[in-house]
Design a protein around this ligand. Sequence first.
Ligand code: PMV
Length: 325
Amino acid sequence: MASLTASATAHPNIAFIKYWGNRDAELRLPSNGSISMNLDSLFTHTRVKFDPGVDEDRLSLNGQEQDGVALQRVSKLLDRVRKMAYLRTFAVVDSENNFPTGAGIASSASAFAALSVAASKAAGLELSESELSRLARTGSGSACRSIPSGFVEWRAAERDRDSFAFSIALPEHWDLVDCIAIISSEHKTTGSSDGHALASSSPVQSMRVADAPRRIDICRKAILERDFDALAQMVEQDCHIMHAVMMTSTPPLLYWQPATLGVMQKVLTWRAEGLAVCYTIDAGANVHVLCPAPLLETVVQMLKQVEGVKQIFAAHPGGAVQIGD
Ligand code: PMV
């Protein structure tokens, strides 16, 4: 039997309105909708080969053979693809990130988006964008947002077939930049899969979920109207609400380091002084500082002066996942 091979490249994304908590953990159906921007300069490239010559799935990340949870999560997604394609062959998966591993930049979104596209193509499936987004979602929720282009919305839905992400504006619509201030490159003590499971233990989560449609509407409108002030307020409020849930779950999750707060306070001061900047933080200590592209150099220079900032990566709005090398 001929071996079936394909590859794909996907960008990670930064959420402006965050996904935190699942209504269905197995299918990764989110408790609330979210909005994000793909990050153009960062990417994962993944090659999948369904190979009759191997007797189990194999995964290499940046040239290093993986086992344990990383391999299990990949195998689970491959199982879905095999089921859809009536295929029984195991696969060899080679995945590489262009950003340094361990830099503290989450890669599960780009990883599962690239894997979904490469694996389904290699298996001979012709899936639509929404079908690919749903498949990627089952590997890592936020991965569904790395399938479409630019600025992306993922609607909360009750059923698997309705929960996918779609583009609300293309990258050219608004040249925003995400300046990622790396504060810690250590591995998170609680990864997002475990974190989602804790969300419902916080008394703040029900308020957060109930209020999400309001935050999403304001954020979507701010993007469509290129209204930075409105975006800044909503992005920061949404980030604070998610971290309030994290901090009040049982056990509590406190991802911030002293330097995280240092950057937050600086950004607030700079905005009060008239600079168009705002921040958001995922399940980690690093701070994503957003600004319009013309301010990139100024913001990077200012961030470099902040104590505890080790490294800065900058990314403009990125396109959709791409098939091929
Ligand atoms: O896709 P996951 O399970 O890694 O969850 C992502 C969670 C956050 O990054 C904190 C928020 C988000 O919407 O990306």
